[in-house]
Design a protein around this ligand. Structure first.
Ligand code: AMP
Length: 281
């Protein structure tokens, strides 16, 4: 497995693979990789002949008061995980390689970004769409793999690919959790021992929501009220949002039914965590 820092090096390698008729899978990440990322790489290895993983903490998707500077990084451990999982190439550019001084082009989206994380993170999805667009143009993959952990991001990327006629198949992958239920996240490292315990309120509330839906709750208001009350039992938790939306449009849903995304963002101390489930048929 090779680690490269330049756009040119990625292009040369991918060109060579494509000339040999090999398919290319792509997993974009911000690094500090865990089993959630690993499940995406595994899936890509299963479905594609060659796999590229990008590791880039994208400044454009962080707001001014967010955790860009403190975001955890560990390239050596990431490279080991990528290699062991079967990735063929890691693209680890620096900020200057991705954004020249004169950079002034953006990919923005009008719909899908008003609710959920878009409310508290108004510039986030513009940064995500722009960097994913750039990465897609650099890697030119056949398939790209995204986690349902960031369900709104998955919906936004699917829409961008559809609207802009990108010839890339987007594969959504299930949420990987710790043994006790907490969704794996690079940001879990911010939690102290007490907060780590308190953070379980997110997954517990997700499981409660799934149980209520299974038991036949159809009214979104009722479901969200019960989930909210449950989160409020945890003194360290402060709710950012608990919402039910259409997975396709990210607009509020009044009724619970197939393809409704039930999503939450909750602060545990200073750390903002997200979790969700998608209602099945
Ligand atoms: P990030 O490094 O946080 O930008 O995440 C890179 C990719 O990994 C995104 O597609 C995430 O949705 C996905 N991912 C992060 N955590 C998990 C998880 N616990 N389970 C599945 N996918 C995940």
């Amino acid at each position: 497995m090779e680690i490269v820092n330049t756009v040119k090096a990625v292009r040369n390698q991918v060109k060579e693979w494509k000339m040999s008729g090999l398919s290319v899978g792509f997993v974009p990440t911000m690094g500090f990789l865990h089993e959630g990322h690993q499940s995406l790489i595994q899936r890509a290895v299963e479905e594609c002949d060659r796999v590229v993983v990008s590791i880039f903490v994208n400044p454009m998707q962080f707001g001014p008061a967010e955790d860009l500077d403190s975001y955890p990084r560990d390239l050596a451990a990431d490279a080991k995980l990528c290699e062991e999982t079967g990735a063929n190439l890691v693209f680890h550019p620096d900020v200057e390689e991705m954004y020249t001084d004169s950079f002034c082009s953006f990919v923005d989206m009008n719909g899908l970004t008003k609710e959920l994380c878009g409310k508290t993170r108004p510039i986030h999805f513009r940064g995500v769409c722009t960097v994913v667009n750039k990465l897609f143009n650099i890697v030119t993959p056949d398939k790209a793999f995204f986690g349902q952990k960031d369900a709104q991001q998955l919906a936004v990327i699917r829409r961008m690919v559809k609207d802009l006629n990108m010839d890339i198949q987007i594969v959504g992958c299930p949420i990987v959790r710790e043994a006790d239920g907490l969704a794996k996240s690079s940001r879990n490292t911010y939690l102290n021992e007490k907060e780590r315990k308190a953070a379980l309120i997110l997954s517990k509330t997700i499981f409660l929501g799934q149980k209520l839906v299974k038991a036949g709750v159809k009214d979104a208001g009722e479901l969200l009220r019960k989930m909210t009350v449950n989160i409020e039992t945890e003194p360290l938790a402060k709710i950012d949002y608990v919402q039910a939306v259409s997975m396709e449009t990210i607009e509020n849903a009044a009724q619970i039914g197939p393809d409704v995304l039930v999503a939450m963002a909750v602060y545990i101390g200073k750390t903002r965590l997200i979790d969700n489930f998608i209602v099945e048929e």
